[in-house]
Design a protein around this ligand. Sequence first.
Ligand code: C5P
Length: 219
Amino acid sequence: PKKRPLYGKHVLVTAGPTHEPIDPVRYLANRSSGKQGYAIAAAAAAAGAKVTLVSGPVNLRTPLGVDRIDVGSAQDMADAVKKALPADVAIMVAAVADWRPRDYIEKKIKKRGSAPPALILAENPDILAGVAASTDRPELLIGFAAETDDVVENARKKRKSKGVDWIVANDVSEDVMGGDDNQIHLVREGKVEHWDEMTKQTVAMKLVTQIAERLTEDA
Ligand code: C5P
């Protein structure tokens, strides 16, 4: 194998949660730390790729040699991803919020004497499905699937319905979100690999190795 197996390739990675604003001081979010996505961006850069990392709000340092674009909401992330294409590979690791508050309130909502305010939600765009359907679809498109039950079966369905090449599925019912370790299933067409639990860095390095192999297979 070559020393810098992704040299000359543009790799796009999304990572972290999104923050969906309610008013100037409040938002909806999830427990994603961004660690797995950042580890993948770092591993791809170390393998010689030009890496664009579209990142939701996280407390992590930008990996060496990675071009980082910070975003807040899912809509911001969708716009940044569109701008970052084309790419040879896209790995969509971000835990994008499925819903946002339908109405953004321009001023901080005041506590009233009466009932608490109701939160009405609207659906966010599916960034991954959008990339899959676009004319800029990367040669290799990889999605993540955070599940708490029927992990592999749901991932298989998701791979097809979203039109992606690979799904990296993980069980997030334990302390995966925010933790340093991950245990994943790599779901491809007609093939599922179950990986042992390992650090998110090791998952990232092994994934990058497989990506490089896949790209050279097709070359
Ligand atoms: O459907 P689900 O959210 O489980 O799919 C997860 C995959 O889809 C992840 O790769 C995630 O980054 C991506 N996704 C997205 N935009 C959304 C929801 C999920 O890109 N609005």
